[in-house]
Design a protein around this ligand. Structure first.
Ligand code: MIC
Ligand code: SF4
Length: 638
């Protein structure tokens, strides 16, 4: 499919074609460079993204809309976070971005409420940027350097993913919600099933879902490893934008009849049942009946997956006039200040407080362990999207994931419970309460950027040596997440703009001695299994190992965002069978032929050559050989 031909396009292919800055075909596997209309950053990835942008030497951001959010460290448990907030606010003001103040809400929730536009492209330094797909927008989560380059007007480069059609039929029955749709998809395709793909929703069932329900589904599509997920933009989208006072930003967007997909997955909404992802991984999905009665210590309702007004409203109606179980605590966190204001106005907040729920200000909160950390051995049921070990702020607690309906029913029972036993709640069409007073417009050139001592300048990136002989510093299993590599939460959130200090926490839960050993060895390699680096976009999971001298990761396969982050930081993502590699083994890595696509790995203890690949596009090769994306972009933007 070239630019000039008229082959029927899927939703994402239409948007690709309209934004093609380089490349000629949007067929799967073809290299494309996309022009970016909007960017978002959040505080925990944003301080680096803005330092990176600054290092590119531009006066002003180029895309039409750039928003710098503070949501992960909004409560500022440490002074370092307050310093970060001020840096972010003053950098946004100086460089032409809107600043969303702490307390205004989670970036993805606020972005689809106030900024998202059907048919536009959004690049965000957070893996759940696909939430905007609920509005028919193409939202892609990436590391900070890719966002910095896009803010400087550079293209975003990728290989066109394989479009997968998820054809929805029927209508959701009472007690089953959008969360069960995406948990159903995860059960079917697992946390690796979306890799190299875009999940495109369609079919008559899609018309029955509201924009917030669609956003729950596209949000958690990130957990399949998909590049993004997207719904059509239709009358439902127009109605949502009208209620947000933004009807003029609507456009219709549907896949062409006859568009071709790599795969079609049919899903009948009317046959879905409430589901729960049990601790360990978002794809460990069980029917609620199978796990009903499992005792709980905590219930958390909120996050960018289920922190919308409809979520808070339905929870409040289910709990109305009752009291939560004495065996568990309940924390509700509205996704945005808009949601909070509406929940105050319609009495939802009062109903929740009366039932015994506690309330936190809008933000990420417990989702990354910033408060409400589960106790040892405690099971915490959450409406969030991730439940790996350590995710809730401690490696001792266990997290399960479910819809708000399951969470509310379980809060009453003190154990996992089926919401279909409760009386149905009908959700009225809301009039969204629009108040943008916590979005601050930029001042421009003259604004001074204020940097506290926690804002540590980035080191210049330097090309890697052609040949390295270094030890394997750690040997890991399959499915290592970015939360395993660099835990989020109270230990590290305040250190996100301080690489030398945050590097002390690399692999903290898996091997607390890792950073000390790496520093002593003055460099080395990581060996892992499949899907290394799944999860978040935090480039700290690449930059902090780089800070410790990690030069390459050997793994069976890599998750998309983390693989790009490694390359952008100058770490080689080498694909090979790591069965023979052990901690301490000396490895000779020869990158001298990377330019022609070859890499040589020799296991020195046995003297044997390990077949290995470094699958890089020509552009990625240049980035790696330059020492990273900033060194490369300094030479040529775009
Ligand atoms: C997450 O949900 O894991 C985070 C925290 O939002 C991350 C970003 C980060 O690490 O700051 C993400 O999803 O990209
Ligand atoms: Fe915040 Fe959790 Fe959403 Fe990440 S997944 S952006 S931590 S609410």
């Amino acid at each position: 499919m070239t630019l000039s031909d008229s082959i029927p396009c899927t939703l994402s292919q239409k948007i690709f074609r309209e934004h093609l800055g380089s490349g000629t075909s949007v067929l799967p596997g073809e290299p494309i460079g996309l022009a970016i209309d909007q960017c978002l950053t959040q505080d925990s990835t944003g301080t680096l993204a803005w330092l990176e942008f600054e290092s590119l030497g531009l006066d002003r951001v180029v895309p039409q809309v750039v928003v710098s959010y503070v949501d992960h460290t909004n409560a500022a448990f440490k002074g370092e976070s307050s310093d970060d907030h001020l840096f972010l606010q003053t950098a946004a003001s100086r460089f032409g971005a809107v600043f969303s103040r702490p307390g205004n809400g989670v970036c993805h929730q606020v972005h689809y409420e106030r900024f998202g536009r059907p048919g536009a492209t959004l690049l965000g330094s957070d893996s759940h940027t696909p939430t905007a797909g609920g509005l028919g927008m193409l939202g892609i989560g990436v590391g900070g350097m890719d966002v910095a380059v896009a803010m400087a007007g550079g293209l975003f480069h990728l290989e066109a993913p394989v479009p997968v059609l998820i054809a929805l039929e029927g209508r959701l029955p009472w007690g089953v919600n959008a969360k069960d749709v995406i948990l159903g998809v995860l059960r079917r395709i697992t946390v690796r099933g979306g890799v190299g793909r875009i999940l495109e929703y369609g079919g008559a069932g899609a018309d029955t879902l509201s924009v917030p329900q669609r956003a729950t589904i596209t949000n958690m599509g990130a957990e399949t490893g998909a590049t993004t997920s997207i719904f059509p933009s239709d009358g439902v989208t127009l109605d949502f934008l009208r209620r947000q006072g933004r009807a003029e930003q609507w456009r219709e967007l549907r896949a062409d009849p006859g568009a071709s997909y790599g795969e079609t997955i049919a899903l009948d909404l009317s046959r879905l049942v409430p589901l729960v992802a049990m601790p360990g991984s978002p794809d460990r999905v069980e029917r609620v009946e199978a796990v009903e009665g499992t005792p709980l210590r905590q219930v958390h309702i909120g996050s960018c997956t289920n922190g919308g007004w409809q979520d808070i409203y339905v929870a409040s109606r289910l709990l109305e006039g009752r009291t939560i179980s004495p065996h568990c605590e309940v924390m509700v966190v509205p996704g945005s200040r808009q949601v909070l204001q509406m929940a105050i106005a319609d009495g939802s907040l009062g109903r929740l407080v009366q039932a015994g729920c506690r309330i936190m200000e809008p933000g990420c909160g417990p989702c990354i362990g910033m408060g409400f950390v589960p106790g040892s051995g405690h099971l915490s049921l959450r409406s969030v999207n991730r439940n790996w070990l350590g995710r809730g702020g401690s490696s001792e607690g266990r997290l399960a994931l479910a819809s708000v309906e399951v969470c509310a029913a379980s809060a009453l029972a003190g154990a996992i419970a089926d919401p279909r036993r409760l009386d149905p709640v009908s959700i009225p069409e809301p009039d969204y309460l629009v108040d943008d007073s916590m979005l601050i417009a930029p001042a421009g050139h003259s604004a001074e950027i204020i940097r506290g001592p926690n804002i540590v300048p980035l080191r210049p990136q330097t090309p890697p040596p052609a040949i390295m002989e270094l030890p394997v510093l750690i040997k890991l299993a399959d499915g290592i997440s970015t939360d395993d590599i660099l835990p989020a939460g109270p230990l590290t959130q305040h250190l996100r703009s301080n690489l030398p200090r945050i590097a002390d926490w690399v692999f903290h839960y898996l091997d607390p001695s890792f950073s000390e050993r790496a520093r002593e060895a003055q460099g080395g390699f990581i060996a892992a299994g499949e899907n290394y680096g799944q999860g978040s976009s935090r480039e700290h999971a690449a930059l902090a190992p780089r800070e410790l001298g990690i030069a390459a990761v050997f793994a069976g396969s890599f998750a998309r965002i983390h693989r790009s982050n490694l390359i952008n930081c100058g770490i080689a993502p080498v694909v090979c069978d790591t069965a023979a590699l052990q901690q301490g083994d000396l490895i000779r890595l020869d990158l001298s032929e990377v330019g022609s696509g070859r890499v040589h790995v020799r296991h020195l203890p046995s003297g044997s050559e390990i077949p290995a690949r470094l699958d890089l596009t020509p552009r990625e090769r240049e980035i790696l050989l330059a020492g990273g994306a900033l060194a490369y972009a300094g030479r040529s933007l775009g």
